[in-house]
Ligand binder design. Structure first.
Ligand SMILES: Cc1ncc(COP(=O)(O)O)c(C=O)c1O
Length: 392
């Protein structure tokens, strides 16, 4: 495993000295990603796709490489990878297209654990066709999600899709995806896993899990701002996307409405190759150790409450906490004044913050461990939080 110094030297964005715990909202791009985007833009290649001239052919190759590298990262095949500007954007177009196949009375199951990009698109698409959405509830104390009640929600055969988080962007909790997939498939439902907070931290294979769709956003794994759906089991061909008439392509291109962000895909390839050049399992171990250090340190500070489940290896390395006498926004302001980046509020996990009863008090403070986090970063965060409670 590379030393932390070697790792940190790969991230130009660390040069300003800020301590970055904002990874769950987006990581810094790795150097090869930055270079790949600039190299493509500087080369003679920039051109739209589908032409017969060299630049266009070179640009197609850039897109093909991005599909292949992303497919390898998420355990899918290249022709199952759909790119878009963001996962949320893709979710809206995907659910809208799917809903043309739903009938009034059909059911979609979402969860209280999820980021709203895996809830609202389903609610709006269902509303348009008279389908219903049920929410699988979390434990109101630690926010964990038991998937067993899915059985009751799927048993009548009217559930068409189960939309479930691969790991919470707020608490890091990762539900039992194997079991959720088995239940959904047993009753004829399809399953979409939001892998956005999971893929950067835990080995995740769409084919091994046998999920129908897996989403991921490359800017959470050291790449550029983009979104990905790995759409499996032949679904891409079965569903007709909303598209312009001339875009009568086969495969993922049919779904990628408008001109492809080719330069960003050059960066996606580099980021995926960076992830693939490391052992995700080894990195997860290191991240879990730092998370434990962070959680233990926070536990020891009087007035700090950690929300969410305890540290285990099979979760995303994110901690959420509140500090007595200070709103999450005040804590965030204080940390920013110490050049420490975190996030506060609900971080779009609205149902989860409601279920935990933290809406009226302003949500939570969230700190996430990523590849470039060090034990010094953890010490800096702990010291800054302690200042609030000891007044030092
Ligand atoms: C778990 C999770 N799902 C989905 C999204 C939405 O991704 P995007 O920003 O690519 O739309 C986010 C964004 O933070 C997220 O954390």
């Amino acid at each position: 495993m590379a030393t932390t110094d070697n790792v940190r030297s790969r991230f130009p964005g660390l040069s300003d000295g800020w301590v970055r715990f904002d990874g769950p909202a987006g990581t810094l791009p790795v150097d090869t990603c930055v270079d790949a985007i600039a190299d493509y833009m500087r080369s003679p290649a920039p051109a739209n796709l589908g032409g017969l001239f060299d630049a266009s052919i070179a640009s197609v190759a850039v897109v093909d490489r991005a599909r292949a590298a992303t497919a390898e990262l998420v355990g899918a095949s290249a022709d199952e990878i759909v790119f878009g500007p963001s996962t949320t954007n893709l979710m809206f177009s995907f659910t809208r297209a799917l809903s043309r196949h739903w009938q009034p009375g059909d059911r979609i199951v979402c969860t209280q654990l999820d980021h709203d990009s895996n809830v609202s698109p389903w609610i709006l698409a269902a509303r348009d066709v008279g389908a219903t959405v049920e929410l699988l509830e979390v434990d109101p104390v630690d926010g964990t999600l038991d998937v067993e009640p899915l059985k009751g929600l799927c048993a009548d055969g009217r559930t068409r899709w189960v939309a479930i988080s691969g790991a919470s962007n707020l608490t890091g909790h990762a539900p039992d995806l194997e079991r959720a997939t088995a239940i959904a498939h047993e009753y004829g439902a399809k399953i979409l896993v939001d892998g956005v907070a999971r893929v950067p931290h835990l080995p995740t294979s769409a084919s091994a899990l046998d999920v129908d769709v897996l989403s991921t956003s490359p800017y959470k794994w050291y790449g550029p701002h983009a979104g990905v759906l790995a759409v499996r089991n032949g679904l891409l061909g079965e569903i007709e996307p909303y598209r312009v008439r001339p875009a009568d392509y086969a495969g993922p291109l049919r779904w990628e409405t408008g001109t492809t962000q080719i330069e960003l895909l050059a960066g996606v390839t580099a980021a995926a190759e960076y992830m693939l050049s490391t052992s995700i399992a080894d990195e997860a171990e290191r991240e879990t150790r730092l998370l434990a250090l962070l959680q233990e340190g926070l536990h020891e500070i009087p007035g700090v409450t950690i929300h969410g489940p305890s540290v285990t290896p099979d979760r995303a390395p994110t901690v959420v906490f509140t500090v007595a006498g200070h709103s999450p926004e005040q804590v965030d302001h204080h940390l920013a004044s110490r050049r420490i980046a975190v996030w506060h509020g609900d971080n779009y996990a609205c149902e989860l913050v409601d279920a935990l009863g933290l809406r009226d008090s302003g949500g939570l403070v969230r700190a996430g461990v990523v590849r470039y986090t060090t034990s010094d970063d953890v010490a800096a965060l702990l010291a800054a939080v302690a200042e609030l409670t000891t007044g030092s």
